[in-house]
Design a protein around this ligand. Structure first.
Ligand SMILES: [Zn+2]
Length: 236
């Protein structure tokens, strides 16, 4: 009891000097809620319900390209929204906490969802080593850690590798760039025979990255089953 009171006191002091701020608008938060967003920011988030739908815009976007068990996105990604500012901060403003907390929220949705019961592990989409160095982390890996925490599953960050290419991509035409992305992913370490893995990325746009990553894994592990999950999905 005494120990608990002392801890509360310490927490109170630390909140006084380092108040927990909303991850989106940076207003101080009153309560110690788990998701570090103020009520207005949280309520402005547009959640999908794709985890309840075997067919949805995520599976549609990858149809005919990557054989999927399930596909989900947590949020709709629209311009000038809290979702956009969160994803931007995660990718460019050194806020890994956003990825972990939203990843955990995604994992909590999947815990009760049909079709995810037999998941055996989580695989983050790899980013270029140079970008990882600039950013300090791979945001997909952070999201994957949050999902894995909620589902009590292992993360396999080495299951996919991203090869490095020399030279700038901006001068090449679109097809050559796409081909470059396709061949830049390859299966890495681990035997995933007969497993069901969840491939994780931050935002689903064209689906090219998940398509190429998933197919690189399937080529190497033909008996593997794949689902995909992202924090957000753009409008078509
Ligand atoms: Zn806020």
């Amino acid at each position: 009891m005494i120990r608990r009171t002392a801890r509360q006191l310490l927490e109170g002091i630390s909140t006084l000097f380092f108040p927990r701020l909303c991850l989106s608008c940076e207003r101080p938060l009153a309560a110690q809620q788990e998701l570090q967003l103020c009520v207005p920011c949280f309520e402005s988030l547009a959640f999908t319900d794709y985890w309840t739908l075997p067919e949805n815009p995520v599976t549609d976007r990858l149809a005919g390209r990557l054989p999927l068990q399930r596909g989900v996105a947590l949020l709709y990604f629209n311009r000038d929204t809290v979702c956009q500012s969160l994803i931007h901060a995660l990718k460019y403003n050194n806020r890994p906490e956003i990825g972990r907390q939203l990843g955990k929220l995604l994992g909590q949705k999947l815990r009760e969802a049909p079709g995810f019961e037999d998941l055996s592990g989580i695989v983050p989409v790899p980013i270029h080593a140079k970008r990882r160095h600039q950013r300090g982390y791979n945001q997909a890996e952070i999201i994957a850690a949050g999902v894995a925490e909620a589902l009590s599953l292992p993360v396999y960050p080495d299951a996919l590798l991203r090869r490095q290419f020399a030279g700038s991509q901006t001068k090449r035409d679109r097809m050559a760039r796409l081909d470059n992305v396709r061949t830049s992913f390859q299966a890495g370490r681990g035997d995933f025979s007969n497993q069901h893995l969840l491939l994780i990325d931050d935002v689903l746009t064209t689906g090219a990255t998940l398509d190429f990553c998933g197919n690189a894994l399937l080529e190497h592990h033909p008996s593997l089953r794949i689902s995909v999950g992202t924090l957000a999905i753009t409008e078509n």
